[in-house]
Write a protein that binds this ligand. Structure first.
Ligand code: MN
Length: 278
């Protein structure tokens, strides 16, 4: 069963989270849940193939294309988790408060550009892209919109589980420089804050004696993985540009120049990030 791991980790007589179940019809919703567990993080979930494909994003998703957000893939969740908001009691898996930070719909995008654009594609393609570790998609949410990619990275970090991905915003009209997920403090569903969801007594305890770790990632291995990823991307872009040259129409030449410039810019970003994290 698809949700076996979800089921194994939880005691449904103790947690308010929904029990595992599969939906009757396929949907294309997405949700981002802010989760104040041992370490504050944002859970990013895409409805696909009857479940919510899920990643824990320590710094939260970003609309800034310069950000490459680490996203750890976690077990598939039931689609009924979509609007879960509440407090998972102490002693349970993922104990802490969950707030629905964004909801909306999504669609998978073609793995390669068609006439210079990524275009909507099928779920079958989406599953293939996921298996390959490079899924492109478009979001229509209240706080997140536009085109994104989530890309599996392979790090040699000791103890790695191989579940590390990067969540990256594409350059488009929805991009926002310096985006910070934590600036939004209320639930898009109930307009409540974390403290209000956690309940008065709990929230007082929460803010005074048990602040969630901010989850800063002191991770040189990540900077390395990002740099490697950038290199690979730049290489791929060069190849694409070279392949496009024979049919050298004016617009195509220009767009391939733009992508190479973009790749250079991404490289710089990774370098400066390396410095910062060192
Ligand atoms: Mn979580």
């Amino acid at each position: 069963m698809a949700l076996e791991e979800y089921k194994r980790k939880r005691q449904f007589d103790q947690t308010p989270e929904p029990p595992p179940s599969l939906p009757k019809k396929p949907g294309h919703r997405f949700v981002v849940q802010e989760h104040r567990a041992t370490r504050l993080h944002f859970d990013f979930r895409l409805e696909l193939d009857g479940v919510l494909k899920s990643w824990a994003v320590p710094k939260g998703p970003s609309l800034d294309p310069a950000d490459k957000r680490l996203a750890m893939q976690v077990e598939d969740h039931p689609v009924s988790y979509f609007d879960f908001e509440g407090t998972i009691p102490e002693g349970n898996y993922g104990a802490g408060t969950v707030m629905v930070w964004d909801v909306g719909t999504w669609e998978p995008l073609s793995p390669v550009q068609v006439d210079g654009k990524y275009v909507p594609t099928s779920d079958a393609d989406a599953l293939k892209m996921l298996a390959k570790g490079d899924l492109k998609f478009r979001l229509k949410g209240q706080r997140l919109s536009g085109d994104f990619a989530i890309v599996h990275i392979r790090s040699r970090r000791p103890g790695t589980k191989g579940n590390e991905w990067l969540l990256i915003k594409k350059h488009d009209p929805f991009a926002v420089d310096g985006f910070d997920a934590e600036q939004f403090e209320t639930s898009v569903l109930t307009k409540r804050t974390m403290s209000e969801i956690g309940g008065d007594a709990d929230s007082a305890e929460w803010t005074s004696s048990r602040p969630a770790a901010r989850g800063r990632l002191k991770a040189p291995w990540l900077a390395k993985a990002v740099a490697k990823f950038d290199q690979k991307r730049a290489q791929e872009r060069k190849q694409t540009a070279a392949a496009e040259k024979p049919s050298s129409k004016k617009s195509k030449t220009r767009s391939s120049k733009t992508t190479e410039a973009d790749a250079g810019e991404e490289k710089k970003t990774a370098k400066s990030r390396l410095k910062r994290s060192a």
